[in-house]
Design a protein around this ligand. Structure first.
Ligand code: DX5
Ligand code: ZN
Length: 250
């Protein structure tokens, strides 16, 4: 009995000491392959992983939720076969009725299913279905959606995505006025993965990192660069330094 109590105490002390010196989340860079040569998607994904990407952000658009079309689960299945089991696929589902693609995406080899809060009337049920399919859960909000609307679900998800452009197209201008959403989420949910997506690159990464984002989607800035490896490394360094600073300030 006494031994058990001591062990529990020791575990609590350890948890306290580690939580005050390190963060539960880390800097991760996920290139969005939307702006790559889509006829070579498999080799572009491999190239991004070889350049140091931590994960791949795959943008699914249905021409209804957003005014553009990309690809669906058959493409994801082919990509999975071509890149192997390792790369983490974060599916950014810019679709109406996201419920209908959960099982097909899981079967195709998706690792995380990031749906839009605006696209469903029953986020709780969708979160449950995604988990039951064996995927991680991401919840995205468009620029016009408040972070307070996302907050009730934050303890049930793995990642919150704060869009920093109107979803639908790569290469748009970063919306700095979304940063208060990121800061608020970071203050309320210190260990949540927080992703930003849209117009993020070397010129805008500092704002994202300071606000508390740790998962960084970058499309044109990485894919369009002559040296994607250096851009990915730079983005990660800026975010990692901000995480370190935040942990020292606590
Ligand atoms: C936009 C997509 C983004 C986009 C990012 O709707 O969700 O992932 O491809 O591309 P950049 O970084 O070029 O804005
Ligand atoms: Zn995206």
């Amino acid at each position: 009995m006494m031994r058990l109590t001591l062990r529990v105490l020791a575990a609590r002390l350890y948890a306290h000491s580690t939580s005050s010196t390190s963060m539960a989340y880390s800097a991760k860079i996920g290139p969005s392959i939307l702006s790559s040569d889509l006829s070579c998607l498999g080799s572009e994904c491999v190239r991004m992983m070889e350049c140091g990407a931590d994960y791949l952000h795959l943008d699914v658009m249905d021409g209804h939720f957003v005014p553009n079309l990309t690809f669906g689960h058959p493409m994801v299945e082919c990509l999975r076969k071509s890149v192997g089991q390792d790369p983490f696929f974060d599916m950014h589902m810019m679709v109406s009725r996201p419920e209908q693609w959960v099982k097909p995406m899981a079967a195709a080899g998706a690792n995380q299913y990031t749906f839009h809060l605006e696209a469903t009337t029953n986020p709780g049920n969708l979160i449950k279905e995604i988990r039951e399919s064996g995927m991680k859960v991401g919840l995205a909000i468009k620029p016009g959606t408040t972070v307070e609307e996302l907050a009730p679900w934050a303890n049930q998800i793995d990642m919150a995505l704060v869009m920093t452009v109107e979803p639908g197209f790569g290469g748009q201008k970063f919306m700095e006025d979304m940063m208060p959403k990121v800061s608020w989420l970071r203050s309320q949910f210190p260990s949540l993965d927080i992703e930003v997506d849209g117009g993020v690159g070397p010129d805008t990464i500092h704002k994202c990192a300071e606000a508390g984002a740790n998962m960084i989607v970058s499309g044109s800035a990485v894919i369009g660069s002559d040296d994607p490896r250096s851009v990915i490394a730079l983005l990660r360094t800026v975010v990692a330094e901000a995480i370190q600073k935040r942990s020292l300030d606590r």
